[in-house]
Design a protein around this ligand. Structure first.
Ligand SMILES: [Cu+2]
Length: 197
């Protein structure tokens, strides 16, 4: 199952190539202008617009072709018709997470809804792997409904951390090994306790 690690690796590759293609256009133009052999070599407008047109087409196509490969997009689109199998209610007050239990078990390949309420200021709610890479996160705004639906496809133990600046005390809003996902066919290799990292 695709997760944020795979998405990030793919994006690094795709956007590096795309950015190099964009930069090459500027390089091509600059080389023409400073052409040491006589007159500046000016690009034909048709060539220029074809190249820019190709960049736009490829850039838009990347989004259209990949959007349904990204696992959380489907959840966002179908959100109103999905019923979560599990609801986790969390309250935050005075820079402290109030959890329903110290350890929370999450079911594999089921929709889980994290419903988080702030009693005072804006915080963040983020789920992190053992290597501290992020699985998912949302902002937690007081007086608003903040709920995040997610489906976990790999076994692992995850940390909870506030992902929004909430003053100096916010740095302590970090609880290790809160969430555990069990029952999947596959392990999240970055989220195993005792680290196969
Ligand atoms: Cu984009």
């Amino acid at each position: 199952m695709t997760d944020s690690v795979d998405v990030l690796n793919m994006l690094k590759l795709v956007y590096t190539l795309y950015t190099l293609a964009v930069i090459s256009l500027i390089g091509w133009f600059a080389l023409g202008v400073v052409n040491p052999k006589g007159k500046p070599r000016i690009l034909k407008p048709a060539t220029f617009y074809t190249y820019v047109g190709a960049l736009i087409t490829v850039g838009v196509a990347i989004h259209i072709v990949t959007f349904n490969k990204i696992p959380w997009v489907e959840i966002d689109f179908k959100r109103s018709s999905l019923t979560p199998k599990q609801v986790v209610n969390i309250t935050i007050e005075k820079h402290e997470f109030k959890l329903p239990s110290p350890k929370i078990e999450l079911e594999c390949n089921e929709y889980v809804l994290f419903d988080v309420v702030s009693k005072d200021i804006t915080y963040g709610f983020g789920i992190f792997r053992q290597n501290n890479s992020m699985v998912t996160q949302m902002q937690v705004v007081p007086g608003s409904k903040n709920d995040l639906m997610w489906k976990f496809g790999k076994n692992g133990v995850y940390h909870l951390r506030s992902t929004e600046y909430s003053g100096p005390k916010g740095a302590n809003m970090y609880i290790k090994d809160v969430f555990e996902v069990k029952g999947c066919a596959e392990d999240d290799k970055y989220s195993q306790k005792g680290g196969s990292l």
